[in-house]
Structure formats: C-alpha cells, structure tokens
Design a protein around this ligand. Structure first.
Ligand code: F6R
Length: 608
C-alpha cells in the first residue's frame, strides 16, 4: 500500500526521499511524488507510474529544500493520475497519506459548502483542506492538526508540513504504521524502518492513536487528546537486511531461491538441533489445555494457516477454527476464553488480521503472532511472537514467507502435540528429523526442477484458465498455486479440493483448461488419482506434481509430470510449494508482467 517518507534535514532531501521511497516500492503503488519547502514556499514533483518517472521529472527540474515529504500512492479514491498523486497542497499545507478517510465525502461536502475548491479526487485532500481552514481561522498549527485529527474516521497514517515552517513535520497514525527515525541534527519519518535504514537505525514506532511533531533535533509524541506520551527508541535490525536482487532477475525469483536458507533460520529458532526436539515454547503460549485454537490471516498467510489446521488437528488433536480475517473479524464467533489464537502475517500490519486479533483479545484469548516483521503492530499486540525469520520479502507475491510460516506452524503443531500428550518423544524426534532435512530437500528440488518448469511455464502461459486440485494439505496448496499464478501472470486460476471436482468444476474440463494436480504419494493418493482419471476421461490436460513413489504408481497420460523426491507428509507442503511458485514465476516472466509489483496489488494491506 502507500508509502510515506519525510525528512526534516540539514542538507537537500529530494534525492534521499526518493531513495527511501525505493525501499518502500515493494508495498505496491501506481504513482509517486515528493515535496519540499524552499525559501518559505512549497514545491513538488509528481508522476504517474513507477519511481523512474518521478526521477526523470526531478532530474529535469530538481528540488532543493532541506525539509520534505514523499509518497508512493496505491490508488483508492480517484485514478492513479498525476493530479491525484501525493503530496497535496492547500494554502501552504502539504500532506501525504496512507489509508482511507472513511468520512471523507461528508467532510468534503462540508468544505465545499464552505467555499473550498478541490484539485484532486482523493480523500487525502480533505485533511489538508481542514487544516488550512483552521489556520485561516487563526488557530495555531499544533491545535489545528489536533482538532482535525479528532474529526477523521478510518484507518490512516499522514504526514503534514507547512510552507512557513521548514523545521517541522507533523505525523499521525490511526491504523497503518509509521516509524520515526532519529538522526544527527535530522529527523526522519517512514512507513517502516526499512525505508529509513540508510539514514538511521534508531527508531521510535508510533502507536495507534499517536501523533507526533518532528523538529530537526527531536520529536514530541502525543495522543489524540494532546497528552504527551512516552514511546521507546529502539535499535532496528532493518538496516542489516540487504534489499538487493543479487544475480536474479526479480526479487520473487531471489526469494524463491532463498528458501532453503531462510527456512533453516526459522528451524534454528524452533528446533533444538542437539536434542532433535522442538524447543520449549510453553512459556509464551500454552497449547496444553486449550479447548480449541482460532487461526486467522489473509491471502497466502491464510493458506499457510489452513495447512496448519491439518497439523494441529491430526497431530495435536486440537480443533481449529479458521477463516480469512475479513470474514473472521465480523462473524462474532463464540470463542471460549481458554482458547488460543494465532494470527499469521508477513507484514504484521494487515488491517483485517489486526482487527481479528483485537476481537480475540477482547474475548480474553491467549494470542500468538506468526509474523515476519517482529516490530509490527500485530506482533506488538500479541502475547507471544513467533518470528518466521524470512528476512524482508520484497516481491509482492509471497513465497519465502509462506514456507517460513509453514515451518514455524509445523514446529508449533509438533510442540502442541507433545504437550497435549498425543505424540511421544520418539515420534517427535522423527517429525523433527524430517523438518531438519527440509532445507537440503528444498535445495535439491530447486536445482532439479528449474529447466522442466521453465519449459512447462512457456506452455502454460498460452492458456487462459487453469485449475489446481489437491487433497489434505495439498488442498490449501492448490489454492496457493492458483493464487500465485493469477496474481502475477494474470491467468485465471482456481484451486479446489480434489474431492469437490465432481460437485461442479468438472463441467469446465476440456482441453483448453490445464488441470494441475498436486499429489504426493500419501494417504490420499489413490483418491486423487481417481479424480485425475475423471479429468483424463473428459479430455482434460493434466500437469501432475507428485513424488517418485507417486510417479511410479500412476500410468496416466499427462501433459507433464513433475517428480519430486519422496518426503514425509509433514514437509510435503513446503517442498511441493516450490514447483507451484516457480511455475507461476516463469509463466509471469513469459507473459511479460511486472513480476515483483503486479498490477493493482499491494504488499502490505493496511486498509479493509
Ligand atoms: C499473495 C500475498 C497476499 C498476502 C496477504 C497477507 O502472494 O502475498 O495474499 O499473503 O495480503 O499479507 P500479510 O501476510 O502481510 O498479512
């Protein structure tokens, strides 16, 4: 979603603001802009599309101020045009904004009735208009901003600056995150610490309902009632992460190939390699006596949760209530206070997931966060944090975060199974042994399947629709395969539980629609093969993703068979995720799409 940066600096800031925006590109955007204060006046450059357009405009017509704000916009209200791009200016007030002002139309009507003229279709501009009106009425800046904040409804992060005050940026957070960076005689503002990493690692996170006044030498942080609040300065680890594609064409490709390494970081956190058992996590969340576990998340993170439902239920005999967070938050699910809840989020900022978490918290549940960003809001609001150790994921389509989420959830499910007395130490050691083998298996698979997948992806990119089928944990994987393909290649794809084929989707089968069947040689294999036969009997083309035992046991004619090594059921979702990720990636490359920043998508979805 939108990215915000600001600098109250002691040297020209435009170039540095754009560099910081580049580090926020991964969030997804469709226009960008930068504004500075120069000799008591606001000036700005804005451009549709990618940051290089903005850079071109800036190189033709540079900006020279020492204080500025900048923004990458992911359009919500109004098309992604230059006029709608931020920063917006109203009578010497400049604003950038992330999120949605829900009561903007009411405020806009009020302002228009009061004579205001709007130059954009955005909800953002109403905030600048309201502040400008207060200032015209003689209210001083701090009071003006505070009174305007009290009128805004919705989830938003904003940054404001004023033409006549080059020593100040004001910022407010009600929902989407904002981080303040402390420099030497300079202060910074950013949507996350990654954006600020080149400038400083000393970060203060605003909490929901905080607003701040940044000056060159420090920041004052207040609540929306104007009371000073104390927020800790912390040393961020974001600077230690390299945001770099290495030798890869795209971040997504790099992140796919990073998986053996990052998954081993996740394992090291949850597995004791000396004892060969899962580390004791009982102190942070106790699965022992809980009657049930609620899990909620969005998109790929939800699908990782759905895989884990099979593990928690089968291994730990722990019933799981799971739903996508946008539904979960409103279902008013009756949940016993003794139950546990897990929220899975790469960014840790997803609005619906956070709302679901708060619902469970209000119901007294013990909350665990499975997150990549340990400094995120979801992490901070949880009783226990389970870092997935994936490192920053820049490609919008989640890959390494998915397999790291699965790794952590598998370890948690094994730990829960042990503490609930459903597996003994020998069984636990066996499961852990398979987990420990996983990084090596992943490396082998990534090396072995790449040429075949690339060739197959070329074929696949000629089709308009694709169906994915699977049973057991391969069912959520089928959903994930379809999600990955559609989001980056724009080929229409659907995932189904293989057993559901006969209940509707079989009507679609013809030679124009390849069916990708994910079927390791597990307990469900024979049944999935029967479904494949139904597809074959109707002239459907099958892409069969299986293991050596599965390939040996099936003699069906396929469009392609991808054979993976035989692995234990506990790690098959992580291993089988690799061909579906690579297939989507190479199909997208053939289609010529913007793989890392697919159209309309955002990395961190901080609005409903
Ligand atoms: C798909 C994808 C999304 C995210 C979803 C949740 O490839 O990346 O579906 O998984 O938006 O995001 P987080 O995990 O940040 O809560």
């Amino acid at each position: 979603m939108c990215g915000i940066v600001g600098i109250v600096g002691n040297q020209p800031v435009a170039g540095r603001l754009v560099d910081a925006l580049r580090r926020l590109e991964y969030r997804g955007y469709d226009s960008a802009g930068v504004a500075v204060i120069e000799n008591g006046k606001l000036d700005r450059r804005r451009a549709e599309g990618k940051l290089f357009n903005l850079e071109r405009v800036l190189s033709d017509s540079p900006l020279d101020g020492h204080t500025g704000i900048a923004h990458t916009r992911w359009a919500t209200h109004g098309a992604p045009t230059e006029d709608n791009a931020h920063p917006h200016f109203v009578d010497g007030v400049a604003i950038v904004h992330n999120g949605i002002i829900e009561n903007f139309s009411e405020l806009r009507d009020e302002l228009i009735a009061d004579g205001a003229k709007f130059s954009s279709q955005t909800d953002t501009e109403v905030v600048a208009q309201l502040v400008a009106r207060e200032l015209r009425n003689g209210v001083e800046k701090k009071a003006a901003v505070q009174s305007v904040l009290s009128r805004l409804k919705g989830a938003y992060a904003i940054a404001l600056m004023f033409a006549d005050d080059a020593d100040t940026i004001m910022a407010a957070r009600s929902g989407p995150p904002l981080a303040i960076g402390h420099g030497k005689d300079e202060m910074f503002l950013g949507s996350d610490a990654i954006a600020l990493a080149p400038f400083t690692n000393q970060i203060t996170y605003l909490q929901d309902g905080d607003w701040a006044i940044l000056h060159r030498h420090g920041a004052e942080i207040l609540d929306f009632d104007g009371n000073k609040v104390d927020r800790q300065k912390q040393i961020s680890t974001a600077a230690t992460f390299l945001v770099d594609k290495g030798n890869h064409r795209h971040f997504m490709e790099k992140e796919i190939y990073d998986q053996p390494e990052v998954v081993s970081h996740a394992l090291a956190q949850y597995v004791n390699f000396n004892t060969g058992l899962v580390r004791d996590i009982a102190s942070s969340i106790d699965f022992t006596k809980m009657p049930s576990l609620a899990i909620s998340a969005c998109g790929t993170a939800y699908l990782a949760g759905l895989v884990s439902k099979y593990w928690f239920e089968r291994l730990a005999r722990l019933p799981v209530e799971i739903d996508v967070a946008s539904e979960f938050r409103y279902r008013e699910i009756p949940l016993p206070a003794e139950a546990g809840a897990l929220f899975i989020s790469q960014s840790g900022e997803t609005a619906d997931t956070l709302a679901s978490l708060r619902y469970c918290k209000d119901n007294g549940l013990n909350i665990g966060a499975v997150v990549n960003t340990v400094e995120s809001t979801i992490a901070r609001e949880s009783d226990a944090i389970f870092p997935i150790m994936a490192g920053p994921e820049i490609g919008v389509a989640s890959t390494k975060a998915f397999t790291c989420q699965l790794t952590v959830l598998a370890a948690l499910a094994i730990g829960a199974a042990r503490s609930r007395g459903h597996i003994d130490e020998k069984q636990e050691a066996e499961l852990v042994h398979h987990l420990v083998e996983m990084p090596r298996m992943m490396s082998t698979v990534l090396n072995d399947i790449q040429p075949q997948i690339e060739e197959l992806a070329r074929e696949l990119s000629k089709f308009k629709d694709v169906l994915y089928l699977g049973r057991g944990t391969s069912f959520p994987l089928a959903l994930e395969g379809a999600l990955k393909l559609k989001e980056i290649s724009y080929i229409h794809a659907e995932g189904y539980a293989a057993g559901e084929l006969k209940h509707g989707p079989i009507a679609l089968i013809d030679e124009e629609m390849p069916v990708i069947v994910i079927a390791p040689h597990d307990r469900f294999f024979e049944k999935t093969v029967s479904n494949m036969q139904e597809v074959a009997a109707r002239g459907g083309r099958i892409i069969f993703i299986t293991d050596e035992a599965g390939a040996a046991a099936s003699n069906l004619e396929t469009m392609a068979t991808i054979v993976l090594p035989n692995v234990d059921e506990i790690i098959s979702p992580m291993i089988f995720a690799l061909p579906i990720q690579l297939l989507a990636y190479h199909a997208a490359v053939f289609m010529g799409t913007d793989v890392d920043q697919p159209r309309n998508l955002a990395k961190s979805v901080t609005v409903e």
